[in-house]
Design a protein around this ligand. Structure first.
Ligand code: DAH
Length: 340
């Protein structure tokens, strides 16, 4: 092949190069150990001695030309690749932003926090107890011996004969009294999860929450309980609300009451509508005694309420399961309803 043609062939082929790999192959083809120019140089031995220097010079010129052209082409390819990458990564700042749906605080937690704050301002502290509880604390220390029929009031999830998922937050009463070692005052509330064997529907759930309250001191009377509950209900639902106490039974309180809240027609005794809202009573002397308090010296009141029920009434929620399913369409309705 004649030298001019080699140069022309190179110039033609280099036009078609699109990436560094192809360029590398092109370099090998022309300048490599077995490349075209190396082969051509081998032909020099067949020339007349006086022709050889000119020939060699020409081959070297072409070699240098190709070599520097490959370098230039390489630079061009690199710049082109960078430009393409930048173009493909270009951000269109005019695109509309992606929408994130913002949930709200679960209304159940809102109610629990509101109740906590209310009691904290009255000097109560917030206590906690285990969700897996012993039979002793969940029942026996609350005046419910092993074969007591009132145990049937709460269908339980037993883990062993002695261990169960607590059916109520009341065991925290006994735990806190034992901690206090027979000395008052005790003023606690305990919010927490409880568990019962129940079929879930709009008003039942096998897991729900309770808030327990306990006050133990000298000279605590039923009037203290009533005043506290009245204050609680009016703070939560409005000053126009009334409460009504109905005699009831809980093994751990004596006397026991069920507490109703006035719901409609507050101004007319005849047509007033009542809804049951919580259970309460004076701490049973047995319960005080078992937990190390002298019932002749100390008395106390206790109450237990279901924040789900309170939240359902407060916000007009009709299905208890809505609290647990974390549907943002439900939650986003409670963005700023905290104090309305
Ligand atoms: N533990 C009761 C229940 O789950 C609620 C309750 C009623 C708690 C009266 C109390 C109380 O502390 O005094 O049904």
């Amino acid at each position: 092949m004649n030298l001019e043609n080699i140069k022309k062939e190179y110039q033609q082929l280099v036009q078609e190069i699109t990436n560094e790999k192809e360029l590398y192959d092109l370099r090998v083809k022309f300048l490599g150990k077995k490349g075209i120019l190396t082969e051509i140089m081998k032909g020099a031995k067949d020339l007349l001695p006086e022709e050889r220097p000119t020939f060699g010079k020409l081959v070297n010129e072409i070699k240098e030309y190709i070599s520097s052209n490959i370098e230039e082409t390489k630079q061009i390819l690199i710049e082109k690749a960078i430009a393409e990458k930048l173009a493909s990564e270009e951000i269109d700042v005019t695109l509309p932003a992606r929408k994130y749906s913002l949930g709200g605080m679960n209304p159940l937690n809102k109610v629990i926090e509101e109740i906590e704050e209310l009691f904290i301002t009255m000097g109560y502290s917030v206590a906690e107890g285990p969700e897996v509880e012993t039979d002793k604390f969940n029942f026996e220390m609350l005046n419910l011996p092993k074969d007591h029929p009132a145990r049937d009031m709460q269908d339980s999830f037993y883990i062993t004969n002695e261990l169960l998922m607590r059916t109520q937050t009341s065991p925290v009463q006994a735990r806190e009294m034992l901690k206090a070692e027979g000395k008052g005052p005790i003023k606690i509330i305990c919010p927490g999860k409880v568990f019962r064997r129940d079929n879930d529907d709009a008003t039942h759930s096998h897991q729900f929450t309770q808030i327990e309250g306990l006050v133990v001191d000298k000279n605590i009377t039923f009037a203290d309980l009533k005043g506290t509950l009245e204050y609680l209900i009016k703070s939560l639902f409005g000053e126009n609300k009334k409460i009504r106490l109905r005699p009831s039974f809980f093994p751990f309180t004596e006397p026991s009451v069920e507490v109703d809240i006035s719901w409609e027609n507050e101004d007319d005794e005849e047509s007033i509508k009542w809804l049951e809202i919580l259970g309460a009573g004076m701490v049973h002397p047995n319960v005080l005694e078992m937990a190390g308090f002298d019932p002749n010296e100390y008395s106390g009141f206790a109450f237990g309420m279901g924040p789900e029920r309170i939240a359902m009434l407060k916000y007009g929620i009709t299905d208890i399961r809505s609290f647990y399913t974390n549907d943002v369409r439900f939650l986003e309705q409670f963005n700023n309803t905290r104090n309305d």
